[in-house]
Design a protein around this ligand. Structure first.
Ligand SMILES: *Cc1c(COP(=O)(O)O)cnc(C)c1O
Length: 368
């Protein structure tokens, strides 16, 4: 079977060349006589893999020396707890609730301290990024944002001015999609399975002084979840996701070979803007997000009725266009156009949308 045009929100498409490379190295990685899945995480060969992944990422993002890079497990979801456990030093932090992921993070943080909702987009149905009222309370331990809300397809285009309060950002679904000014943040994290590699690795980049001597909540914090320890042990306190880190390293090199993050950003905006442009002109499809809040990766839209949505998704599958169905909490469709989605997939989707619109274009108005 031919490779699918895969618009999955995550786990998502990986660059085909890298899959072939990994396949070629499956039985014998670099003359070791074994797969990366089979080698000791304490071996020189694996140490080279981790070091190279970190170095390449540092170069890609121009990560300053006073930031630590960690490759952890537990997904972005575990970071919802790890962030307050490590950084809630006075017990009060601010949360911008801009979609379901930041809402989950906000709820999780309430277990560990006071999580103040400084702005919420819930009244707008999360169709636009909420404005953060400034100046923000300078007594907060940090201000938390989810910069690209994967489910609704919104993106915070400009970072809030937090003064001296560290900005903490879940950037899972926009990581490596475009340039990111690391110094604007105290902590950034991203689950790899959107843009950086296979599921199972979470990349955490944190300013060293925020980690302090240990977690804010002290000894009750699971040893594994202490940033100080993980940073000092170079992500090798216990057995890491060796295979995941190896694949992430390959993706980092691939992004570099594609011209780096500035080139990626230009290419990605051009691609999603073709889709947004089509949706804005369409007599059938409706974009779900206000113009100034649209995502660089996750394009959400719908037809006038759920029946047409279902017909669209079914027809897409017949054309090899997969994982286009919207998240269950929102319905409609979602095309996640991550880095490894080829231009041909965008072309195929647009062609199919045009075809579908010509066929169904003058249907009933949406009943809702
Ligand atoms: C996918 C995603 C998550 C959840 O990631 P897991 O690795 O499944 O825990 C959290 N935040 C954002 C923005 C995401 O896109």
């Amino acid at each position: 079977m031919a490779r699918a045009f895969n618009f999955s929100a995550g786990p998502s498409a990986l660059p085909e060349d890298l899959l072939k490379e990994a396949a070629a190295e499956m039985l014998d990685f670099g003359g070791t006589g074994m797969s990366v899945m089979e080698m000791s995480h304490r071996s020189p060969a694996f140490q080279t893999i981790v070091d190279d992944a970190e170095d390449t990422l540092r170069h890609l993002l121009a990560i300053p020396d006073n930031y630590r890079v960690m490759f952890l497990q537990g997904g972005a979801t575990l970071q919802f707890a790890a962030v307050p456990m490590n950084l809630m030093r006075t017990g009060r932090a601010g949360y911008v609730v801009s979609g379901n992921w930041s809402k989950l993070a906000w709820k999780e943080a309430q277990k560990y301290g006071e999580a103040v909702p400084v702005a919420t987009g819930e009244n707008d149905g999360f169709t636009r990024t909420p404005k953060v009222p400034t100046p923000i309370d300078q007594g907060l331990d940090y201000l938390y944002i989810c910069q690209n809300e994967t489910v609704f397809g919104t993106m915070m285009r400009e970072l809030p001015d937090t003064g001296s309060v560290p900005l903490v950002a879940d950037v899972s679904s926009m990581f490596l999609s475009c340039p990111l000014d690391v110094e604007r943040y105290g902590l950034i994290y991203a689950g790899a399975q959107k843009n950086a590699g296979p599921a199972g690795t979470t990349i955490v980049i944190c300013r060293d002084d925020l980690i302090g001597d240990g977690p804010a909540l002290g000894d009750v914090v699971p040893t594994y979840m202490g940033y100080r320890l993980q940073a000092d042990k170079g992500s090798l306190y216990n057995t890491p996701n060796c295979w995941g880190i190896y694949m992430c390293g390959k993706v980092f090199h691939w992004v570099e070979d594609m011209g780096g993050l500035a080139a990626m950003g230009e290419r990605n905006w051009a691609r999603v803007n073709r889709l947004y442009g089509f949706l804005d002109e369409s007599s059938l499809f409706e974009p779900l997000v206000e113009r100034d809040s649209r995502s660089i990766a996750n394009v959400t839209f719908r037809c006038p009725t759920p029946e047409l949505d279902a017909a669209f998704v079914a027809g897409a599958r017949e054309r090899g266009i997969q994982n286009i169905k919207g998240h269950r909490i929102l319905g409609g469709m979602r095309a996640s156009c991550y880095n490894a989605v080829p231009d041909a997939a965008i072309d195929a989707l647009l062609a199919y949308m045009g075809e579908f619109e010509r066929e169904h274009g003058h249907g009933p108005a949406r009943q809702s």
